[in-house]
Design a binder for this molecule. Structure first.
Ligand code: FAD
Length: 826
């Protein structure tokens, strides 16, 4: 590498600008020294340029395309670093790399989650017993893990690769477990950090999952948030729709309280359109508004007799039940519909003492929108299901319901929803003798609040589309009224709680950008390479995975639950949760957060949905305790092999089209590998990774405590957990290098399950756990006899820097001696 501050210089032109650069430097060095970005993959400052990957390609006038890392400058050289041929060449190269790349950037479960929760990460933390850290990670994506861990229909589990082995992970139940465990910590339960006060105020309309989620993330960003809710309590459909036997109100209360503890103010009994208007909120000093009013209005069945006493809209019925009000339900009930609301209404009616409940649904069981397990649970509780039947009219006597006339249906051609259209069978009418009909065929947003609104001075007004939904930009969730955003069921129509929370978070990000005056759209779409759908993957890839049955969550038996509102799912024990979490195959790439191939593919707009996908070409080598080799992801940049040989002087890796171990070895363990992990650090993709690494949320600069060299490290953390270690590139002590201890040892000892977290006192020859006060009293009584030179302290290599600091402070300030050392110097 040429010293770019040397005095012999030449003049060159890059992208139309003249620069004086050191004679003999490469174009890449010249660009970098002048802040002109040029991407690289095979380039490594510790190695001689190879010019192999051609990602650093630039155009030189009179020469055409050249690799910039390996081409020296000459006087008068004219370089184009981002011309159309350069961009096209880089994009083509990326496509070629990807055509031979086999792996999942992001785990399929996470991609299937509407909120993009880092499932692999939190399962790994649960498997290690770090429940609070698991909650910290989950709360980066959704604010209410105990709620979602109970009610989510978990599309993630359908995408789980473990379906190709035995059964999917119990992802949803594990989320609930972590959240419940964290709650048990009381005062110590996880509270996310909040940015300093921004000075901006945001009003949120509706305290459902969308509104609460927007409030949570906006508050974390430092904005003052006030939520205005029409009903007496916060929670939306989580409280007034989903019954207690699935989601107890105290669980909801505690997660609402955790959001309030962050600083969110919730004003209940205050309705938009009645008590407040958007215009008034903006005039009162709110800088932005989020509308999350949900889809609260039950749709009518539109048959004769709907006005009779005994016909109840499904959501009104459930709301009354949730509020403990009289529900006016009779002895024999027909519920019309096939979704969540229908099933919940039927099961709630049973619990209220109704003799017989029949769900009438116009399509077959396969088309029912309700989740399979909920239908099964309803059947276990003896709810009757009448498929392929539709209400024709409600029969009345003395103004009250006395029966429901139905007609049998047959399924015809698929309609616009893709489901087969139900068509009445002439002459097939029959009557159900019922005294109550609950209409649960769907909900729409109640947007009557708009009548009280005026258009803003710039003419902006809130648009309403088919189905009464609020019109919002799908990327930013801003409505047609500037500064007013909307999300959740009010925008999507009836969906799931997790979708509403995802929208709340998305709106929070947009609102934050709006307040800070940043363009709302986030330009670059994330790139996610995938092995493909489950049916595209060869099951043989998982042949070595040990079969382990999924741990199902225990629940009340039908006879124990059908006449009460007790929570029916009982929760995991710690042993069950850990064993279940350990079943995770950790499909997502461990390098997902730093992979250069992925970053560049996103930057250059490469498609992540190719016409044809590759297959696995070799097994992932997990034989080394710290280093995992997945040659299916190798892009043949040879950095690892060259680093091992030229930088570390070891030569434990070999290359045959892709990275591998030498032919004689069969495993890195049989080579002279020093486990320094320099190969991992040099790999620009996920071909060589640290085995138990998790992508961190934050990186903290620190100094390795293992010995006296003082290597600079970046500790990656999630909550309080250390999940990764990198060397600090420009630290003079280690210049980007680490030994096995620094690179792999720290998370191991910091997170070790046998690490002492409570003091032990020896009693009758055995150590027994004691309180900190007992331990400190004992230490004081023993040490008070000694002072100064009578005392010496030696810290273990497995003390953290903070602990080392306290040991020396104690020795010097309390014991009055400088007799303090660290075992690394012995
Ligand atoms: P909502 O939850 O509807 O909240 C909107 C809030 O706005 C309410 O509190 C409302 O009172 C308030 N509001 C309305 N108008 C105004 C106004 N003018 N002024 C002030 N406040 C106002 N999803 C799942 O994921 N799993 C399930 O098991 C599940 N079961 C369900 C069962 C039932 C019976 C129902 C109805 C829905 C179920 N859902 C389920 C769907 C889920 O509850 C919704 O998708 C989610 O609650 C939508 O969130 P939201 O915040 O958009 O709206």
């Amino acid at each position: 590498m040429v010293n770019t501050t040397e005095l012999t210089r030449v003049g060159i032109t890059i992208d139309g600008q003249d620069f004086s650069v050191p004679d003999g430097c490469s174009i890449l060095e010249a660009c970098r020294a002048n802040g002109i970005p040029v991407p690289t993959l095979c380039h490594d400052d510790h190695l001689k340029p190879l010019g192999g990957c051609w990602m650093c390609v630039v155009e030189v006038e009179g020469r055409g395309l050249v690799p910039s890392c390996d081409t020296r400058v000459w006087p008068g050289m004219v370089v184009h670093s981002d011309s159309q041929p350069v961009i096209a060449a880089r994009k083509k190269r990326l496509e070629e790399f990807l055509a031979a790349h086999y792996g999942d950037c992001t785990a399929p479960c996470r991609l299937a989650c509407p909120a993009g929760v880092d499932i692999q990460g939190y399962l790994a933390l649960i498997a290690r017993g770090q429940y609070r850290d698991a909650v910290a990670l989950i709360k980066e994506s959704i604010p209410m893990p105990a709620v979602i861990g109970r009610v989510c229909p978990h599309p993630c589990e359908e995408a789980c690769r473990r379906n190709l082995v035995d059964q999917p992970l119990a992802i949803c139940s594990l989320k609930r477990f972590a959240a419940d465990r964290d709650f048990e910590l009381g005062e110590d339960s996880y509270i996310p950090p909040v940015e300093p006060d921004s000075g901006y105020r945001v009003a949120i309309i509706g305290a459902g999952p969308a509104g609460l989620s927007a409030a949570f993330y906006l508050t974390r960003m430092g904005h003052a948030v006030e939520v205005f809710e029409a009903l007496p309590k916060a929670g939306g459909m989580l409280r007034y729709g989903i019954p207690d036997y699935r989601l107890p109100q105290d669980v909801l209360d505690r997660e609402v309280a955790a959001i309030e503890r962050l600083g969110v103010k919730i004003k209940t009994g205050c309705a938009l359109g009645k008590d407040i208007t958007i215009q008034k909120l903006l005039k009162d000093g709110f800088n932005a508004v989020f509308i999350g009013v949900g889809a609260q209005r039950s749709q009518r069945i539109n048959v004769d007799g709907e006005e009779l006493e005994g016909v109840l809209p499904g959501t009104d019925f459930l709301r009354a039940a949730a509020m403990g009000k009289p529900t006016k339900v009779g002895r024999k009930v027909a519920v019309i519909g096939g979704g969540n609301t229908a099933i919940d209404a039927a099961r709630t009616a049973l619990r209220l003492g109704v003799e017989e409940v029949t769900i009438v649904y116009r399509r077959s069981r396969a088309e029912m929108p309700a989740s399979d397990w909920e239908i099964e649970e309803a059947e276990e509780e003896e709810v009757r299901l009448h498929f392929l039947a539709a209400p024709a009219r409600i029969i009345g006597q003395d103004g009250k319901v006395s029966g429901l006339a139905c007609i049998e249906m047959a399924l015809g051609e698929p309609d616009e929803s893709g489901r087969r259209r139900p068509e009445p069978i002439p002459g097939s009418e029959f009557t159900l003798p019922v005294d109550t009909v609950i209409a649960a065929i769907g909900q729409t947003p109640d947007v009557s609040f708009i009548e009280a609104e005026e258009a803003t001075p710039d003419g902006g007004s809130i648009g309403i589309a088919k189905g009464n939904v609020i019109v919002a930009n799908p990327d930013t969730l801003q409505t047609d009224m500037r500064g007013v955003f909307a999300g959740g069921d009010a925008v999507t129509g009836p969906a799931r709680a997790v979708d509403a929370m995802a929208q709340g978070r998305k709106a929070a990000v947009s609102i934050d950008r709006y307040l800070r005056g940043v363009v709302l759209e986030d330009g670059i779409k994330p790139f996610n390479w995938s092995k493909g759908r489950l049916d595209e993957i060869d099951k043989a890839e998982f042949a070595d995975v040990e079969r382990q049955p999924r741990r199902e969550m225990p629940r009340l038996r039908p006879q124990e639950r059908r006449d009460n509102f007790e929570e029916m799912e009982l929760g995991y024990t710690e042993e069950m949760a850990k064993t279940e979490a350990q079943r995770c195959l950790s499909c997502g790439c461990k390098a997902v957060d730093y992979c250069e191939l992925r970053r560049l593919a996103a930057e250059y707009g490469v498609s992540d949905t190719p016409a044809r996908r590759t297959k696995q070409i070799c097994k992932v080598d997990k034989s080394h305790p710290f280093i995992e080799i997945d040659a299916n992801k190798c892009i043949a940049c040879v950095r690892c092999v060259r680093t091992c040989l030229d930088v570390q002087n070891v030569g434990a890796l070999s290359f045959c089209y892709r990275v591998t171990v030498p032919p004689y070895a069969g495993s890195l363990l049989n080579t002279n590998c020093e486990s320094c992990g320099q190969c991992v650090a040099s790999c620009p993709v996920g071909a060589l990774t640290a085995k138990d690494r998790l992508p961190p949320l934050e990186e903290v600069s620190s100094v390795c405590p293992y010995c006296g060299v003082g290597c600079g490290i970046l500790l990656g953390t999630i909550g309080d957990a250390v999940v990764s270690v990198r060397a600090e590139e420009d630290n003079p002590a280690n210049r980007g290098r680490l030994c096995v201890k620094g690179r792999f040892g720290i998370p191991e000892f910091v997170n070790h399950q046998d690490r002492l977290t409570a003091p032990l006192i020896k009693k009758d020859g055995a150590f027994v756990e004691a309180t900190w006060d007992e331990a400190l009293d004992l230490i004081e009584s023993k040490l008070s006899k000694y002072r100064g030179e009578q005392f010496a302290a030696i810290a273990s290599a497995k003390c953290t820097n903070e602990e080392n600091y306290l040991i020396q402070k104690f020795t010097r300030a309390v014991m009055g001696t400088n007799n303090v050392d660290h075992c690394a110097r012995l």
